[in-house]
Write a protein that binds this ligand. Structure first.
Ligand code: FES
Length: 337
């Protein structure tokens, strides 16, 4: 496997999980999600303990789930409490239940060693939960590529000139080199300052600022965990931020070669346009479409390549290379290497 298991991943957004039974594949495992009467979310392995049949093909009985094949019934903790054809379930009749943490809009799930989840809470996303002037919107999609290709792509934004030229402020010909790359054992982040420049059309449209004035910008990107990437983009006039944008990506491996992506945008500013949410949704949807096509193409190339094929790294890859090493060492630690 090319992903660590001892990590929180986004299983769904909270609006996806209601009275229905939601089937997901997470780290190669079929997972069933559903909302309990008290508002919390249960995550069970989406397989009946009796036969290889998905519980998501069954139905709910209050907080319990009934298998649609022979009627075995499960509590939200995964224990089988009823088998219609006999008096009592046999000992050990249960399915795995996974720890869940809801921090809106994300429903996080822990697929690693049971009991370890409490030691490491999911990463904080204050822009999505604190209020504090922030607004938020998002989308999700499946990408036919390994999750690490997505992390690497978003940790090196020097592709914008080729891929998203309309996003670049007028007059900026190249991104300055990374000024700071902060590395810890488990995360890596970079920052860069852009020289003062007028607003690109998308910036003017969402920020409500005067497009004839020049502004500075600071961009940061962080590999927070294998399950979360965080990018910030701050437009400043003088010394003060006048528009802040945070782009979060929850990357959840479905299989080694496919990833569920949860894109969430948060923004605030001094003169934000009333339709900023709609405009940002459109702009970043188009970007995500292009990004997905390139990343899926890279995955196809990787699948075709000889295992010995190597690629060259350049300076802009520093953060991405570090993220790959962090993931590799997490996987090796889990394997006991
Ligand atoms: S397969 Fe589920 S009850 Fe038999």
């Amino acid at each position: 496997m090319n992903y660590p298991r001892e990590c929180w991943y986004v299983a769904a957004t909270i609006d996806e999980v209601g009275d229905n039974l939601v089937a997901r594949r997470i780290l190669g495992t079929p997972v069933l999600l559903y909302r309990l009467a008290d508002g919390s979310v249960a995550a069970l392995e989406d397989r009946c303990a009796h036969r290889p049949y998905p519980l998501s093909a069954g139905y709910r009985d209050g907080d319990r789930v009934v298998c649609g094949y022979h009627g075995c019934t499960y509590d939200p903790d995964g224990s089988c409490v009823l088998i219609p054809s006999q008096d009592n379930p046999p000992p050990g009749a249960r399915v795995r239940a996974f720890p869940v943490h809801v921090s809106e809009p994300f429903v996080w799930v822990w697929m690693g060693t049971p009991g370890s989840a409490r030691l490491r809470p999911p990463p904080a996303t204050p822009e999505l939960t604190s209020g504090d002037g922030w607004s938020s919107t998002g989308e999700r999609r499946d990408v036919a590529a390994g999750f690490l290709l997505l992390h690497e792509h978003y940790l090196d934004l020097t592709n914008v000139f080729e891929m998203h030229a309309e996003m670049v402020p007028p007059g900026i010909e190249a991104l300055p080199p990374l000024e700071e790359v902060e590395i810890s054992e488990v995360s890596v982040s970079y920052a860069r300052e852009l020289p003062e420049a007028p607003l690109a059309p998308w910036e003017a449209a969402v920020s409500g600022l005067d497009s004839s004035e020049a502004f500075s910008r600071r961009e940061t990107g962080t590999f927070v965990t294998p399950g979360l990437h965080r990018q910030t983009y701050t437009i400043s006039g003088g010394d003060s931020p006048v528009f802040e944008l945070v782009r979060l990506h929850g990357f959840t491996p479905q299989t080694p070669g496919s990833t569920r992506v949860f894109l969430q945008l948060a923004w605030r500013g001094t003169a934000v346009a009333t339709d900023a949410g709609q405009r940002l949704t459109e702009v970043f949807h188009v970007m995500a479409d292009r990004d997905s096509r390139v990343i899926e193409t890279m995955q196809r190339c990787l699948d075709e390549d000889e295992p010995s094929r190597r690629y060259v790294n350049v300076k802009a890859d520093r953060a991405a290379v570090r993220a790959r090493r962090i993931v590799q060492s997490m996987i090796e630690e889990e394997r006991g290497l």
